[in-house]
Structure formats: structure tokens, C-alpha cells
Design a protein around this ligand. Structure first.
Ligand SMILES: *[C@@H]1O[C@H](CO)[C@@H](O)[C@H](O)[C@H]1NC(C)=O
Length: 171
């Protein structure tokens, strides 16, 4: 007879534990920062990844939800930001808490450690992603698009690489 309340207690406590786990789910966000060494506008076989690049994760809480006001960051609130640096393979990793369903999050370039590769590529200096699993994102990993800088001068080999890409496009 003593077993039943015990089981009930265990079931109750496990339910609470799993609810807590789900609420506190940690989302990992990872991606890379590259140097477009051919100034190609796309990744080539000589694209390099940049260790030590400063990046930031920022989540913005949009007021309203009208898409017309979505880009008026001024009237909205930055919910939180996290600063990060890429590792020696050019990868960054962030850990953030799930539960910001209404937020729009970005990873943004902050600073390049390479004087020869610090030119911003419009559209490649930030990548938008959905953080919350409530927004329909399954799992606890997010992979925003890679972020990239342009190299000041293309590598010597780029001429022949670009020629090859152009030839491939002809077919
Ligand atoms: C990249 O591609 C070019 C052209 O196909 C080739 O000559 C070169 O060896 C390749 N470089 C690397 C690092 O793979």
C-alpha cells in the first residue's frame, strides 16, 4: 500500500522536473566567419575562416508584430546581447536560453582581426534566425548563415578559380 503514494510522488516530481527542463532549455547557436579571398560574393575552395573575429548575438523584441514596423529598431527593445569570438577554426558558439518566442535574433559581425580582410559585405554582416522552439524551430541547435568579410585584394589564384566557376555556369 505504501508503494502507491510513492509512485504518485515520483511521477509528480518527474513531471515537474521535465517541465523545468523544457522551460530552461538551452539553445546553442553556431556558425562561422569567413574571408572571401576572391571577392567572389560566394564561398570558393580558397575561402578562409577567420579565427578571433568578434561577433555578437542580439535578440530584439519587436513591439506590435506588424511587419511594417519590424525594421524600426528604435521603437523596439534589444532583449539581450551576447558577445563572442570565433575559435581557431573560425567558428563561434553561443548559448542562449529558449523562451523568447516573440524575439527576432541576429548574429552580427563586430570586428575582424585581419587588416587585409575587414570589408563588410552587405547582407553578409548579419544573419537572422529564430531562437525559440516555440517559433516552430525543432531541436536545440541553430545554424544561422555564415558571416563574411571581403579581402582587400583577391588572391592570385582567384583568376583561374573564377574562370572555372564561369565555365561551369555556361553548361
Ligand atoms: C581551388 O581550385 C583551383 C581551380 O580548380 C585549383 O587550382 C586549386 O588548387 C584549388 N585550391 C585548393 C586550396 O583546393
Amino acid at each position: 500500500m505504501a508503494k502507491l503514494p510513492l509512485l504518485a510522488f515520483m511521477a509528480l516530481c518527474c513531471t515537474f522536473a521535465s517541465v523545468l527542463l523544457v522551460n530552461a532549455m538551452e539553445i546553442s547557436v553556431e556558425g562561422r566567419v569567413y574571408c572571401d579571398t576572391c571577392r567572389a560574393g560566394f564561398v570558393t575552395n580558397v575561402t578562409e575562416y577567420i579565427p578571433g573575429a568578434k561577433v555578437r548575438l542580439e535578440c530584439i523584441h519587436y513591439k506590435g508584430g506588424d511587419s511594417q514596423v519590424e525594421n524600426q529598431v528604435d521603437s523596439d527593445e534589444i532583449e539581450f546581447t551576447i558577445d563572442g569570438v570565433t575559435d581557431n577554426t573560425g567558428k563561434y558558439y553561443f548559448k542562449a536560453q529558449d523562451g523568447h518566442e516573440k524575439d527576432t535574433c541576429y548574429v552580427v559581425l563586430v570586428e575582424s582581426p585581419r587588416p587585409d580582410c575587414k570589408e563588410i559585405i552587405p547582407g553578409r554582416d548579419r544573419a537572422r534566425f529564430l531562437l525559440s522552439s516555440d517559433a516552430g524551430m525543432p531541436g536545440n541547435k541553430r545554424f544561422p548563415n555564415d558571416l563574411g568579410y571581403l579581402k582587400d585584394k583577391p588572391l592570385d589564384i582567384c583568376g583561374s578559380i573564377m574562370k572555372q566557376y564561369n565555365t561551369e555556369e555556361d553548361y
